[in-house]
Design a protein around this ligand. Structure first.
Ligand SMILES: [Zn+2]
Length: 292
């Protein structure tokens, strides 16, 4: 794929009929490629792909639902597609963002096209996709992703809370799970939370399977009796596995680090301005998830 910068906007050259940035085809689940290509992107006159600017007015994008009454062979993608969260704060809210690197003296960042990688976010009962844009400093020419902590921390609280997850190197975790992890104690360990989330993922996946296979049942019978020919009924996709419990612990630690000032303020307001050794032990026990 060829890539060229024109007016700080990245143009992706058309290499197939799917109207998506090239690397989205490898990082986006197959079930989401068609509907996201139709919903968000369009071809340029030069054969490249661009995000439709009018579509920056919403953060959440949802896939089309399966038909209630099935009159034709249902497509498997409709039953297993995931929502998309599109995060481009500089363009969506016209806010000024600055280069986080010391030495650039608050140089304003410019938009540098949509990021080529789509991340998968672990939600309570499934996954959703997360996409963001690149920001570029005109002074040091370094690029920053708009979902990075250094950018999120520049937003006011009202905008920042709209970002729904915490990111790690591979996956990302929705804040609903982060909230479950916060109240750690006996019977509420990271392994226990993982088990509960795993059960909900399993239940949602089984429901989608049952829905899809029920809608297909008439067509499967027709294929067996020879009434339906030259049509393939696709198998449901495999369930995406959850990260291990260590990853949930990593998310918990990251959440604590992000709220460190708030936590410190909470501790000193309860135990006085100077922490006693005994109080410190209580805090350490609480953070380790032990009962008081
Ligand atoms: Zn810079």
């Amino acid at each position: 794929m060829a890539q060229a910068s024109v007016n700080r906007c990245v143009i992706y050259i058309r290499i197939s009929d799917l109207c998506l940035p090239a690397r989205w085809k490898t990082t986006l689940p197959k079930a989401d490629q068609q509907w996201i290509a139709k919903a968000l992107f369009r071809w340029t006159s030069s054969g490249g792909v661009e995000l439709v600017p009018e579509h920056l007015n919403q953060l959440w994008w949802y896939p089309p639902q399966p038909a209630v009454a099935v009159n034709s062979l249902p497509g498997v993608d409709r039953y297993f597609a995931r929502p998309l969260f599109l995060w481009m704060p500089r363009k969506q809210w016209k806010v000024q963002l600055y280069c986080p690197h010391p030495g650039c003296d608050r140089q304003e960042l410019a938009s540098a096209g949509i990021n080529q990688k789509v991340r998968q976010v672990v939600d309570i009962d499934g996954y959703y996709n997360l996409a963001c844009d690149n920001l570029e400093c005109m002074k040091c020419r370094r690029r920053v992703l708009s979902w990075s902590h250094s950018i999120l921390s520049q937003l006011d609280i009202g905008h920042r809370v709209q970002f729904p997850c915490i990111l790690t190197a591979k996956h990302a975790c929705d804040r609903k799970i982060v909230l479950l992890l916060r109240n750690r104690g006996l019977g509420n360990s990271c392994s226990q939370i993982r088990k509960k989330v795993d059960e909900q993922h399993d239940e949602a996946w089984l429901n989608s399977n049952a829905h899809y296979l029920t809608d297909c049942s008439g067509f499967i019978d027709a294929a067996h009796s020879g009434l339906l020919v030259n049509r393939t009924i696709s198998d449901p996709p495999e369930r995406a596995a959850l990260p291990r419990h260590r990853w949930f612990m990593q998310i918990y630690i990251q959440d604590v680090f992000q709220r460190l000032d708030e936590i410190k303020a909470g501790i000193t307001s309860v135990f006085g301005r100077i922490l006693k050794l005994d109080s410190t032990k209580k805090v350490v026990k609480k953070l380790a998830g032990r009962p008081r």
